[in-house]
Design a binder for this molecule. Sequence first.
Ligand SMILES: [Zn+2]
Length: 100
Amino acid sequence: MTAAKKYRRWCVCACCGLEGWHSSNGWRHACYQRWVYAGRPDSGPPPPRRAGRGAEAASRIEDYVELRSWQVPREEAAERLGVSIRTLFRYDRRLKAGAS
Ligand SMILES: [Zn+2]
């Protein structure tokens, strides 16, 4: 066990249930940073607003569903989410598969 390993503990985040590198209080790094950014409220990290980079497709899909519910056109939704329209079609397929 190296010293570096200690800092890079994988965990399931206590606030959002997503996996990530453990940072503090049982939260993953992204949530911990959100919490610090929010001024360290007693209630813990605020809910994630925007998906960061990497394996956060699930939360992007949630954002996409929300945008769609506002009748936002696909082109604009793609731009807002920072993905291609082809990716949105993939989300559509995934949502359809999950909804059945
Ligand atoms: Zn979290």
